[in-house]
Design a protein around this ligand. Structure first.
Ligand code: FES
Length: 129
């Protein structure tokens, strides 16, 4: 069942901050745009690089590897590739809370991977996941 966990203290994240938090062994990129926080899979949808080490330009994250851009507010790809995998996040008091999904999603960059089915089997994804 989905539940929330505290992933950060809002006061420690300035407007324009981008970083990585870990939840249940999963790396999540977290950023602050104004008063709002956004969270998404840290693995770039293009080739799996670490988005949390990228650059935030207003509400767009730039991947450090090939410099593609995604809008963090809705996950849309602004250059090329599939969308970001977003996670629900909200602020309560000084706590930034992330909703932990019932099942962690398949990394978006696997969609075009030549050995996708092998990866899915190895990591326990079933038909229809
Ligand atoms: S790995 Fe992120 S843009 Fe290529």
């Amino acid at each position: 069942m989905a539940h929330e966990v505290v992933v950060a203290k809002a006061e420690e994240w300035q407007d324009g901050s981008l970083g990585i938090v870990e939840v249940d062994g999963h790396r999540i990129a977290l950023c602050r745009v104004g008063e709002a926080f956004f969270a998404f899979d840290d693995r770039c949808p293009h080739a799996g690089s670490t988005l949390g080490l990228g650059t935030l330009h207003a509400n767009a994250v730039e991947c450090p590897r090939h410099q593609y851009l995604w809008r963090v507010t809705d996950g849309a790809a602004l250059t090329t590739g599939g969308p970001l995998t977003l996670f629900e996040v909200r602020v309560e008091g000084d706590s930034v809370l992330l909703t932990v999904p019932d099942r962690w999603p398949e990394p978006a960059h696997w969609a075009r991977h030549p050995r996708r089915e092998e990866l899915r089997r190895r990591h326990g994804f079933e038909e229809g996941d």
